[in-house]
Design a protein around this ligand. Structure first.
Ligand code: HEM
Ligand code: HEM
Ligand code: NAG
Ligand code: NAG
Length: 428
C-alpha cells in the first residue's frame, strides 16, 4: 500500500515535466479510431518546443494542398516551421499571439537568406476550425490548424512529394508576446533553430483533411542537433554605442572642465568617435536583417546617422580650432560651434540608446530602468564634479580678486599651446 502511494506521488511529481506535450494527446485521442493520417515532427525541448503534423493531398483537383497542424510553447514570442533546407528560399509558417493575447496569428512568409522573413500574400493560407483542435493559446501552448492551397510550389522553391527525406526547418523566437493580428508584424531573431526531414510518402494521401495529431513522431527525424542562437552583433553595437555616449564622452567633459587637460580631452573624444564609427558600421551592416530597419526610416537610424556625422564634425572642429588657436591665440567660430555641438551630441546620443531599445522590442522595464539609472548616475557625477570645480574657482577668484583661472579657462597643465581658447568664448 505504502509503495503504491509512493508510486502515485512519484507520478504526480513527474506530471509537470510531461505537460508540455500532453496537449498533443487530446488530439490523438480524438482521431485514434481511424488509422494515422500524415506525419508528425516534434522538436526536442530547448526551453521551448514546436510540433508539426502534415497531410499533403497527392492527387486530384486539390493536389498540392497542405493540411497542417502546429503546436508549441506560447511562452515564446513566435514559433515557426519552414519548408526547405535552410532559411534561404524557404516557405515559412510563423505562429504568434494575436491582439487578444490568446488567439493566434498564422503568417506565411518567405525568406531570401539570414534575415527576417517577409509576409507573402502569394499563398492562400486559411485557418481551419476543428472542435478538437481550437486555433488558440491554451495553457501556454499554441495550437493552429490550417490549409495552404497549392503550396508544394512557391516563388522561391518547392516541396518534392517523391522524397523520403524532404528538408524542413524550425525555429523558436525569444520569450515574449507579440500581441499582433498583423501577418507582417516585426519579429525578433530566434533563440533556437534546427532542421528535420519528413517522409513525403507517408505525408501524402488522397484525403483533403487535417492530419492526425500524433503525440509521437511519425515519418520525421531531426537532422543534426538544434542550435541555440544569440543576437551578439546587435548586443555589441548597443554596448559600444552606449559606452561611447554614456561613459567615454562624458568623461571627456570631465577631462576638459575639471582635470583641465585639453590633450587628454582630445584623445578621449577621438576614442569615443572611433567607437561610434565602429558601432555604426555594425548597425548599418545589420540594418538589412530586419524589415523594420531595411528602409532606414526609423528614428533610431536617422538620429544615429546624423549623430555619427555630428561626432566627426565635432572632432574636426576641435582639432582645427585648436590648431588655429595655438598659432593666433584667438577664438574661432569653429571653437564656438564645438562648444555647443558637444553637449547636443551627448544628449541625443543618450536619447538614441533609448530609441534603440524600443526599436528592437527588447525594452523590458529592467533594461530601461538600468539604462536610466546609469545615465542619471553619470549625469550626477559629471555635473557634481563641474559644480565643485566652479565653486572652487569662484572662491579662488574672490580671494585673489583677480581675473585668473575662470571656469572656462583651461590651464593646459604646462603643455604649451594646449589652451583651447574657451575663456574668450565664455565672454561673448
Ligand atoms: C527576425 C527573423 C530572423 C532572423 C533575423 C534570422 C536570422 C538568422 C541568422 C543570422 C542565421 C544564421 C545563424 C548562424 O549561422 O549562426 C539563421 C539561421 C537559421 N534560421 Fe533564421 N532568422 C529569422 C527567422 C527565422 C525563422 C522564422 C525560421 C523558421 C523556420 C528560421 C530558421 C533558421 C534556420 C533553420 C537556420 C539555420 C539554417 C540556415 O543557415 O539557414 N529563422 N537565421
Ligand atoms: C547614438 C548612436 C546609437 C546608439 C546609442 C545606439 C544604440 C542601440 C541600442 C541600445 C540598440 C538596442 C539593442 C538591443 O536591444 O539588443 C540598438 C539597436 C539597433 N541599432 Fe543602434 N544605436 C546608435 C546608432 C545606430 C545607427 C547609426 C544605426 C544604423 C544606421 C543603428 C542601427 C541599429 C539597428 C539595426 C538595431 C537593431 C534593430 C533591431 O534589432 O530591430 N544604430 N542601437
Ligand atoms: C482560399 O482557400 C479557401 C479554402 O479552400 C477558399 O474558400 C478561398 O476562396 C480561397 N481564396 C482565394 C483568394 O483563393
Ligand atoms: C499553383 O501554384 C503555382 C506556383 O505558385 C502556379 O504556377 C499554379 O498555377 C498554381 N496552380 C493552381 C491550380 O492554382
Amino acid at each position: 500500500m505504502f509503495f503504491l502511494l509512493l508510486l502515485a506521488v512519484t507520478l504526480v511529481g513527474y506530471l509537470p515535466r510531461t505537460q508540455a506535450k500532453a496537449s498533443l494527446q487530446h488530439a490523438a485521442r480524438a482521431t485514434n479510431v481511424q488509422a494515422n493520417l500524415g506525419t508528425t515532427f516534434i522538436s526536442t525541448d530547448q526551453g521551448g518546443w514546436v510540433s508539426f503534423s502534415l497531410n499533403v493531398v497527392g492527387s486530384g483537383t486539390n493536389a498540392g494542398d497542405l493540411y497542417f497542424h502546429m503546436e508549441g510553447s506560447a511562452t515564446k514570442e513566435w514559433i515557426a516551421i519552414g519548408i526547405g533546407e535552410e532559411m534561404q528560399n524557404a516557405l515559412m509558417f510563423v505562429v504568434y499571439a494575436d491582439h487578444t493575447g490568446h488567439g493566434v496569428t498564422l503568417s506565411p512568409r518567405l525568406s531570401t537568406g539570414h534575415n527576417e522573413p517577409s509576409y507573402t500574400g502569394s499563398k492562400n493560407v486559411t485557418l481551419l476550425t476543428d472542435a478538437n483542435l481550437p486555433n488558440r493559446i491554451t495553457n501556454s501552448i499554441y495550437s493552429v490548424s490550417a490549409l495552404c492551397k497549392n503550396c508544394t510550389k512557391w516563388a522561391l522553391g518547392s516541396l518534392d512529394l517523391s522524397s523520403t527525406s524532404a528538408p524542413f526547418i524550425y525555429a523558436l523566437g525569444p520569450d515574449g508576446n507579440m500581441d499582433s493580428y498583423s501577418p507582417s508584424a516585426d519579429l525578433r531573431r530566434h533563440t533556437v533553430f534546427g532542421n528535420f526531414n519528413m517522409n513525403m510518402g507517408l505525408a501524402t494521401s488522397d484525403q483533403s483533411r487535417l492530419p492526425t495529431v500524433s503525440k509521437t513522431e511519425i515519418g520525421a527525424t531531426q537532422k543534426g542537433s538544434p542550435r541555440v542562437d544569440h543576437d551578439y552583433a546587435i548586443l555589441v553595437h548597443a554596448i559600444v554605442m552606449c559606452v561611447a555616449f554614456v561613459l567615454i564622452m562624458p568623461f571627456g567633459v570631465v577631462l576638459l572642465r575639471v582635470l583641465e587637460t585639453v590633450r587628454w580631452h582630445a584623445w578621449n573624444q577621438a576614442l569615443a568617435a572611433l567607437l561610434v564609427v565602429l558601432g555604426t558600421a555594425i548597425g548599418i551592416y545589420w540594418s538589412g536583417t530586419y524589415n523594420r530597419s531595411k528602409k532606414y526610416n526609423s528614428a533610431h537610424q536617422i538620429i544615429g546617422i546624423i549623430l555619427v556625422v555630428a561626432v566627426i564634425i565635432q572632432l574636426s572642429l576641435g582639432f582645427f580650432h585648436h590648431r588655429y588657436y595655438k598659432k593666433h591665440a584667438r577664438p574661432t567660430l569653429m571653437g564656438r560651434i564645438h562648444r555647443y555641438l558637444g553637449p547636443a551630441v551627448l544628449f541625443f546620443g543618450i536619447v538614441n540608446g533609448g530609441t534603440g531599445l524600443d526599436f528592437t522590442g527588447n525594452a523590458t522595464a529592467g533594461y530601461v530602468a538600468a539604462y536610466v539609472v546609469v545615465v542619471v548616475v553619470v549625469a550626477l557625477l559629471v555635473g557634481g564634479a563641474i559644480f565643485m570645480k566652479m565653486r572652487q574657482q569662484r572662491r579662488k577668484k574672490a580671494s585673489t580678486g583677480g581675473d585668473e583661472g575662470g571656469f572656462y579657462r583651461v590651464q593646459g597643465n604646462g603643455n604649451e599651446g594646449s589652451n583651447i581658447g574657451l575663456k574668450p568664448l565664455s565672454r561673448d
